[in-house]
Design a protein around this ligand. Sequence first.
Ligand code: PMP
Length: 456
Amino acid sequence: MIANDQLAQWDRENFFHPSTHLAQFDRGEAPQRIITGGEGSHIIDRDGNRLLDGFAGLYCVNAGYGRKEITEAIAKQADELAYFHSYAGHGTEASITLSKMVMDRAPEGMARVYFGLGGSDANETNIKLVWYYNNIRGLPEKKKIISRWRGYHGSGLMSGSLTGLELFHKKFDLPLSNIVHTEAPFYYRRPEADMSEADFTAYLIRELEALIEREGPETIAAFIGEPVLGTGGIVPPPEGYWEGVQEVLARHDILMIADEVITGFGRLGSMFGSDHYGIKPDLITIAKGLTSAYAPLSGSIVGQRMWDVLCQGTDEHGVFGHGWTYSAHPIGAAAGVANLKLIDELGLVENATTVGAHLRRAMTEAVGDHVNVGEVRGEGMLCAVELTSDRATRASFDPMGSVAPKVVAAMLKRGVIARAMPQADMLGFAPPLCLTTEEADHIAAVTAESLKEVLG
Ligand code: PMP
């Protein structure tokens, strides 16, 4: 076995880590952690620490770690056929079965699923589908995409442009042209303190309508949004939001893309966030929970009205010129089939509702009265603790983002993983959907102890 010190050195000298402070890492000032195993909601690191993973990796190991049902399906597929492509009508039993399982679970009105590798590439696919759709309809000017500030849709050129967090734009020359952002549906950060939730929704809808008028509805092709804002802050929408947005989109012939990379396959306590909030999407982005991250796989679920136009397009122009070598990779597909079966067998969607509600209750009891806690919120198996320097004014700490990482580090010392959300002082929790009530209580208790350590 290679010694820990040796691995740490190779890591610093060779490995370009994503979303990492490169210079600090290079200098050996940033943490390094080598993960070796996992079971249920826990991971184990090389130093023998057993950590309760309150973030399921990156909101993705929904079925929990160490699931033999999935690993054995992957091994069997690798042994039989590790790879063949899915171009020109090729498939495998796993990829075809998975397409059927996804469509059986998808909201009403959806027609087909296109498989990719991760959420970012699925959103690249979505925007190409939208542009193709409007070109075939003879509307070549209708190309702009509306996204939201604080939305997260990936790190690619297009998906990173859709993302509404400055960190992902700054010094990368993003966003690309044709991408416009509207207000985040983030009630805690409403512009006026005395706005009711209904007032805030009305304000957001007015802002959206005004943006569309300014840009010209004939130039706007689609709107993309996560049913619950994820990386931008784990924020459920205010009352009536999706109803209002969809009414505006329908009036201006604008497609609706629901980015369900986090919310798909049970995290909100419904199979899809679209069903949860009555969203009728034209496209749905799926990834993470599709395989519980046992293998990389994503998808774009395409609605019927788009599918009909895409088919018309290939009749007029020939083969649909968009594909990845690894689209519908057999190993990812085998993982997906086993994972979706397991989610049903273990009742994980129901568990997300009951244990998720328990987690928020326990968290509210444990930290809700702390002078620096602005609110505890969430939906299904998602929870966020908003930190503030002043509860009355809801002011941020100065500088913003300076406190949550300290609380997260204090939690880690106590064996619990939480996430300091970017561009905020916020603790995020998105545990595996198999979390138990005892584990939820433990997360809440450790959050309270750690808050006390850092903020008193
Ligand atoms: N969309 C959403 C809503 C996400 O949360 C993420 C990842 N956190 C992505 C897209 C991008 O997915 P990936 O990192 O797999 O490219």
